[in-house]
Design a protein around this ligand. Structure first.
Ligand code: LER
Ligand code: MN
Length: 274
């Protein structure tokens, strides 16, 4: 039991995706994030390889730490076309190298976001086994690339409308373990998991030391505090787990980011103290 007046220090880093704050250039948006009270930025991976010069300059100018890189690879690890599986592997390796260069926690990937279904190869192999085996093979290839690196690959389960392959934390943790690599970790998105998990707080806790990252969005995918998700028990679970990674806002800002985002930072920090 906490004594009266005793403060709970959260160990995790509060981050925000780079397109949410006010600003025309990346350097302006990173400066806004700092002013709002965020500790770090989550860079969107889409187009990042083409924006490298601007990104490197903005990171150097502002000194803003990079928490994570969110997706941004072509193809998919489970695409029916071999060339597009190859492309996903090649792009992920380049993005993982950038995560390592910037001291980030890692690269976020969803198993099959936007991927066409695999062919039905029954009775030779059922589709669930085919999906699992392709995914595992891709993850093992990427695990080999990041062996000995600090950066991790962060696998994100998505809700049923966005993924056939991976929708809950327990199977994602099992898959991480199957790779045999400590650098393959699971990430928890509060929007997706409050849809898919019957007990979202228990699922978060059960991720244990395989939890590598968190996405924060409310029930309606707006900024936390603008829907009906209760963030206090979720953040309480992170504190109790002594989670030392990052939690990044990935959501829609309705209203003025200069008002909405600092209010959200205050709400989340108060929820950690609750
Ligand atoms: C997609 O809904 C999502 O949550 C992203 O983090 C996927 O990269
Ligand atoms: Mn997400």
């Amino acid at each position: 039991m906490r004594e009266e007046g005793q403060k709970v220090e959260s160990l995790f880093t509060l981050a925000c995706q780079d397109h949410l704050p006010r600003g025309t250039t990346l350097a302006e948006r990173l400066t806004s994030l700092r002013r709002y009270g965020f500790d770090a930025v989550e860079l969107r991976g889409y187009g990042l390889l083409e924006r490298l010069e601007e990104t490197r300059a903005a990171l150097e100018e502002t000194g803003m730490p990079v928490a994570t890189i969110c997706a941004g690879f072509g193809g998919s690890l489970v695409h029916p076309e071999p060339a597009l599986r190859r492309q996903a592997l090649d792009d992920c390796k380049r993005l993982l190298d950038l995560a390592e260069e910037w001291g980030a926690r890692g690269l976020i990937i969803a198993a099959d976001y936007g991927t066409p279904p695999l062919p039905d190869l029954g009775p030779a192999i059922d589709s669930a086994t085919l999906l699992h085996d392709l995914l595992l093979a891709g993850l093992k290839d990427l695990a080999e690339h990041i062996r000995g690196m600090r950066a991790s690959l962060l696998i994100e389960p998505l809700n049923r409308y966005e993924s056939r392959a991976l929708r809950q934390i327990a199977p994602a943790v099992a898959l991480c373990r199957e790779t045999g690599s400590p650098n393959i970790q699971v990430m928890y998105d509060t929007f997706h998991m409050t849809i898919e998990e019957s007990d979202p707080v228990a699922a978060l806790r059960d991720a244990g030391d395989r939890l590598g990252h968190v996405h924060l969005a409310d029930s309606n995918r707006q900024v936390p505090g603008h829907g009906h998700t209760d963030f206090t028990p979720l953040l309480g679970a992170l504190t109790a787990m002594r989670y030392e990674g990052a939690a990044a806002l990935e959501c829609h800002v309705v209203g003025d980011p200069d008002v909405v985002l600092p209010m959200c930072v205050r709400m989340l920090r108060e929820a950690v103290q609750a």
